[in-house]
Design a protein around this ligand. Sequence first.
Ligand SMILES: [Zn+2]
Length: 704
Amino acid sequence: MNAPVLRPEIAALLAVEQPPRYDGLTPENCGTAIDHFMAAARQTLEQVVAADTPNTWAAVMAPLTSATEQLSRTWSAVHHLNGVMDSPEWRDLTNGKLEAVTTFWSDLAQDERLFAKMKQVAKSADVVGHAAREQALAHALRDFKLGGAELPADQKPVFAKQSTRLAQLSQKFSEQLLDSTNASVVTLSDESRLDGLPEHVVAAAKAEADKRGVAGYVLTLQQPSLVPTLQFARDRALREELYGLQARRASELAAEGPGHDNTPVMGEILALRQRQARLLGFGSSAELSLASKMADSPQQVIDFLKDLARRARPSAEQDLAELRAFAAKELGIADLQPWDVSYASEQLRQARYNFSEDEVRQYFQLPNVLNGLFGLVKRLFGVQIQPASQQAQSAIWHPDVQLFAVYRDSRCIGHLFLDLYARSTKRGGAWMDDSRGRRINGQQLQTPVALLTCNFAAPTGENPTTLSHDDVITLFHEFGHGLHHLLTEVDELEVSGINGVEWDAVELPSQFMENFCWEWSNLQAMTAHTKTGKSLPRALFDKMVAARNFQSGLFMLRQIEFSLFDILIHQTTADLADLNTEDTDAVLAAGQRIMQILNAVRDEVAVLKPPAFNRFAQSFSHIFAGGYAAGYYSYKWAEVLSADAYAAFEEVGEQAYDQVGARFLAEILSRGGSRPAMASFKAFRGREPSIEPLLRHNGLAQAA
Ligand SMILES: [Zn+2]
C-alpha cells in the first residue's frame, strides 16, 4: 500500500507512554490520518481473517485492536475538538468523514469472516480462562449480532445505510441546537434590569457585550448566563423572556425562526431506530437498547421508575404547595409560572435556610477545590495527581486547558486533561471522554488518558474562578468517570476502564463521588473565601446540609419524567419502523408524536406542567445526539448502586475510608468491563443493591 508518511503531529497524538499532544492537530492532518488509518485497518482485517492466520488472541484480536485503535483515537480527537473548539473547518471535517468512518465500523461489525474467526478465537488457549479476554469476546460476539452480522445478505446494506443516516441525524441535532442556542441573546442597556444577579454574572454580561462591540449587557442562553439569571433576576419579564427563548430552542417556535427545528430530525431518528430494532428481531428499540445493559427488560425499567415516582410524589406535591404559598405571600407572585420556579425557589431557600448560593460560591475557588479533590482521591485510593511537566503542558488545544499526571507508588499510571470554562465554541454541559485506554500494547503498557470538560464561568478580570456547590458536585461527578477510566488494571483495551461497562452501571463511580461534596472535613479542606481566605464556616455548612433535600421530591420527579419519556418513546413506537422516511410530512408527524408522548408523561408525573410552548425534547441531546437512547433511566438506576456503595463508607466511618476505598478500587473501579457490573457490585457489597440508601439520602425514606 502506498501509505502516506504519518505526520509527526498525528504520531504525537497517538503516543503510547507520553501523554497525547493536541496542539499540532489540524482538520487537514487529521483528515489525512483518518483516511490512512481506515485503509490500514482494512488491510489488517484482511490479514487477521485469512484462513492461515491462527485462531488466537495474539494473531487476531491484538493486531486488529492496534489497527482500529489508531483510527478511533484520531476520530475521537476530531470529535472532541469539534465539541470544544467548534469551527466551520472542524465541522466540515466531521461531516465530511462521518459517512466513511461510520461505514468502516459498520462494515467491521458486519464482517462475517471476522465474526466466524472470533467464534474460533473464543475457544483459543490464550483466551479460555483469561477472564478479561473471555468477556471482551463475549461482548464482541453479542455486538456482532446487534450490529447485524446475522442479517440476510440483502438486508445488510440497508442496515448499514440506516446507521450512517442515524449518525448524520445526531450530528444535525447537535448543530441545530448549538446554532439555535447561539442565535438568541438578550441585550440590556438598563443595568437595573439585572437587579439581583450575582456580580460575576453581571461582569460576564458586560464582557459579552464588549466582545460583541455593543453597549450595555448581553445575556446568552449558555448555562453560566441562563441559569443564574433564572435563579436570581428580580425582573420577572426578563426571566420570562430568557425562559421562553431557551424553552423554544431548536423548534418550530424558536426566536430566530423554524430554520433549526429538530422536530423532523427526532421523528426520523426514532423511525430508523425502530426499523433497525425490527430487523434485528427485537420488539422495540428499547428492547434492543437493553440487550447490552444491566436491566433485564423495558417493563422492569418502567416499573422501577414508576415505583420511584410513587415514593417521591407526596414529597414533590408538598414542595410545590410550599413554593406557591411562599411566592404568593412573600414575592407577590399569585400565579407561579415555570420562569418563576428557579427564582422563587432560591428566595424560599434563602428565607428558610438563610444563605444564598452566591455566598457559598465565594468559598469555592477552583484551585482549592481541585486540591481538595486530589487530596480526597489520594486518601481513598492511594493515588497522587500532579501537574504534568512543562513540556507536556504545551500539548493542549486551548490556553485554558490544564494537564495532570496520575501516580501510584511513584509510577505514572495515566494523564488527565481539564478544560473547565465555558466558551461559545464549546458544546454545553459537562462530560468525560477517553483519549486513550489502558492496554498492554506489544511489550509496552499503554496508560489511560482522560479528557474532562465542564462549562464553568471563566474568570473575569481580577476575580478568581469560583464555583457554585452544584458546580463542585458536577466536577466530582465527571472526575468519578475519570477515575473509572484512569484507575483500571485491566490489560485488554476492549474491557479496560469504562470500556465494556454496561450503560446503566457507568454512572456508579461518578454519582458515588458526588457524596463527598457533602462531607464536612472534606469541604473544610477545599474551601477558602475569596476575600478572607477562611474555610467554609460550620454554620453555613449546616444550612447547606439542611437545604440539601430542599425540593428533592420535585427534583426526583423531574429526572423520572425525562427517564420515563425516553424509555416510552423507544418502547411504544415500534410501528414507526414502517414510516416512509422520505415523506417529510410523515417524518414531521413522527416528531410531533414524540411531543405527545412527552405531554402524556408530564400529565402523569409532573406536578407543575410546563407551558404548551415548551419544546424540551428538541434540546434533549442525551437521547437524540448522545448515547443515552432508552438509557436515560441509567442515572437513577446507577444512583441506587452509588448510594448503596457510599453507604458502605458511612457504615465504617471516615477513619476506615482507606480500607473500604481499597475494596471499592479492587472490586469496582479497577475491574472495568471485565466482568458484569452486578458481579462487581456484589463482590464489593457482599449482596445485591438496595434502594433504601438512595431514598434515605434524598430524605424520601418516610414516603415509602
Ligand atoms: Zn455521568
